[in-house]
Write a protein that binds this ligand. Structure first.
Ligand SMILES: Nc1ncnc2c1ncn2[C@@H]1O[C@H](COP(=O)(O)OP(=O)(O)OP(=O)(O)O)[C@@H](O)[C@H]1O
Ligand SMILES: [Mg+2]
Length: 241
């Protein structure tokens, strides 16, 4: 039996086609069926990717095309290429993207999220203040456990912009519980403009902040984004001169 056809049938969960085609002993039929099955597999993959990207709730789509990395300090031995292989995601490790305004943290988080979707992974993107608002709403309506259950099914949770808006005590506690749920079970990408030492100003409580940071940094890759804002650079380029 043709190996490629058998593989295709296995991937598409088609139980009897390979046997039928093999019995016909027609090279032409074999080629035609293989072409059809490749088309079906591609179509299913595209549909799945579209669904995963839509469900992830990215604010906009970004890719690594034209993405420069000279201003990014990667953890020892790391590079954008190694991150893009997503081994950290398979190992349920975290990525912490830290640094100044406009240096490409959200861009990288989204582009990696899209690549995770390409691998069939379930991703959920939240601006952290939005997630806290959702958690508070679910808490108030008595549907928090169901919502946390849904988050637990994700392979990757992206928490964008930790640091711009301080959280209330309840908000901090709710967010802490989500991060504790993810610990060693799912990957989290966090982007922040603040160093960990300043996170107490966002979460309020010192003990809660250190417990939260402890969970995040254990099994984490920390990237430091330096330099000037790309937004500013792009705006300067637009000034006629
Ligand atoms: N390394 C890069 N290469 C090319 N374009 C980039 C790069 N980094 C950022 N940009 C572009 O610059 C703009 C700002 O980037 P981004 O929103 O990712 O910054 P940020 O670090 O998340 O900033 P903030 O802390 O304000 O949220 C975006 O339009 C983004 O596409
Ligand atoms: Mg950002």
């Amino acid at each position: 039996m043709a190996v490629e056809l058998t593989n295709l049938c296995r991937q598409l969960r088609l139980a009897h086609i390979a046997e039928y085609v093999s019995a016909q002993q027609s090279e032409q039929l074999l080629q035609l069926v293989q072409e059809l099955l490749v088309a079906e597999l591609d179509g299913r993959r595209r549909a799945k990717l579209g669904k995963l990207v839509q469900q992830a709730g990215f604010p906009h789509l970004k890719t690594f095309e034209g993405y420069v990395t000279d201003h990014i300090v990667f953890p020892q031995g790391g590079s954008l290429d190694t991150l893009r292989q997503l081994e950290w995601l398979e190992r349920k490790e975290n990525l912490l993207l830290m640094g100044a305004v406009g240096t490409g943290k959200t861009h990288m988080a989204i582009a990696l999220g899209v690549e995770a979707c390409r691998r069939g992974k379930a991703v959920q993107f939240y601006r952290s203040s939005d997630l806290v608002a959702v958690l508070q709403e679910k808490f108030a309506s008595g549907t928090l456990s169901k919502f946390r259950e849904k988050l637990r099914k994700m392979d990757l949770l992206i928490l964008d912009e930790v640091g711009y808006v301080p959280f209330s005590q309840t908000g901090s506690e709710l967010l802490f519980n989500v991060i504790a749920d993810c610990y060693e079970r799912q990957s989290v990408i966090v982007t922040s403009n603040l160093e960990f030492g300043q996170w107490t100003s966002i979460f309020g409580d010192t003990k809660l902040t250190s417990a939260l940071v402890d969970r995040l940094v254990h099994h984490a890759h920390i990237l430091s984004f330096t330099g000037d804002s790309f937004r500013l650079k792009q705006a300067m380029e637009r000034i006629p001169g």
